[in-house]
Design a protein around this ligand. Structure first.
Ligand SMILES: Nc1ncnc2c1ncn2[C@@H]1O[C@H](COP(=O)(O)OP(=O)(O)OP(=O)(O)O)[C@@H](O)[C@H]1O
Ligand SMILES: [Mg+2]
Length: 314
């Protein structure tokens, strides 16, 4: 099998006393979408900046398409695009001028910069707004222009740092469509996000980052499978809560979380416990049940579990 196009090995980076990265490893196969998921301050932007040659690691290595991000930074830059967490476009310029300007910054000859700008505006549905100043664009259009600006040089690998943060659902959907188009063209995408549904929608593989390290990797389905099925119990009468909690913690080996005044929820250690057996056991314990359900966890629950932010108390 070919080497992954993005490889990070044991990256460390500190800012004073803050250890932003503490041994981050990542491998992204060519042509895939890798979702880097993590809470605020996890180290996502720090990792992206190192991979995109904007910052050097204190130790560890990273390679893009076989080129070392510190030793061969120029070769890496020729192969990547980056849309950072904060918009890079100029509000006073029109969409078209912004893209031409980026083309010139990347040393494209003037005519080629014009042609590429028009091509991208057309392709990503921004032609109607091309001659309006970006200051008047909606948040979604502005973000789309940002993503588009990172495509000027037809990058092999595209880094998108929280491409849809703060956007409404429709604008998010539009950015997702743009990303899918790029992937269909063969671009490898590494995107950071705090939205689990975004990773679920777009990513072939997810790397969950916490405290500067990857704490779990896998496809969305694999990650969901790692924490087993979720058992939700709704009681008819709150006086049954304690008895239900006892049965549930016996099954799960952990205390259930109270998700409403009459609802408890817990992750079971694996898939395979039968719903009928659970109901039987709750019944024997005298629990008056309003509803009992067994389901795959959401990616949210996986994430909260993996990053240790889940409260499991009654
Ligand atoms: N230039 C810097 N100077 C000092 N500290 C920094 C710098 N850049 C990042 N940090 C710190 O490093 C840690 C990781 O930050 P980073 O921006 O990589 O997180 P993130 O996962 O991108 O978070 P967010 O989801 O909020 O964007 C944080 O504690 C942050 O405060
Ligand atoms: Mg960030």
């Amino acid at each position: 099998m070919a080497d992954p196009i993005v490889i990070a090995e044991d990256l460390h980076k500190s800012f004073g006393d803050t250890h932003a990265l503490r041994g981050l490893d990542l491998r992204v196969p060519a042509g895939s979408v890798c979702g880097v998921l993590g809470p605020n301050g996890a180290g996502k932007t720090t990792a992206v900046r190192i991979l995109a040659t904007l910052s050097d690691p204190d130790s560890g290595h990273a390679r893009i398409a076989g080129f070392d991000v510190t030793r061969d930074a120029d070769k890496v830059r020729a192969r990547i695009g980056l849309a950072g967490q904060h918009a890079a476009v100029d509000e006073k310029l029109t969409g078209r001028s912004n893209l031409r300007m980026f083309g010139r910054l990347y040393h494209l000859p003037r005519a080629q910069a014009r042609r590429r700008a028009d091509e991208l505006l057309e392709r990503f549905g921004l032609m109607d707004a091309a001659d309006r100043p970006v200051g008047g664009y909606s948040g979604g259009m502005r973000r789309r222009l940002d993503v588009v600006a990172s495509l000027i040089l037809r990058p092999q690998v595209l880094f998108l740092d929280e491409p849809t943060t703060g956007l409404d659902p429709r604008s998010r959907g539009e950015i997702w469509d743009s990303i899918r188009e790029l992937v269909a063209d063969g671009t490898t995408v590494l995107l950071t996000t705090q939205y689990l549904d975004e990773a679920d929608q777009l990513a072939d593989d997810i790397a969950v980052v916490d405290h500067g390290r990857v704490v779990a990797t896998g496809t969305p389905d694999e990650l969901k499978a790692t924490i087993g099925d979720r058992l939700d119990v709704e009681v008819e009468d709150p006086s049954s809560l304690q008895a239900a909690a006892t049965v549930m913690s016996g099954l799960a080996g952990a205390d259930p979380a109270m998700t409403a005044a009459d609802r408890l929820s817990v992750a079971l250690p694996g898939a395979g416990t039968r719903l009928a057996d659970i109901v039987l056991e709750l019944d024997r314990a005298g629990v008056s049940m309003a509803d009992v359900s067994l389901r795959r966890p959401t990616l949210d629950e996986v994430f909260l579990r993996l990053t240790g932010r889940e409260k499991e108390t009654v």
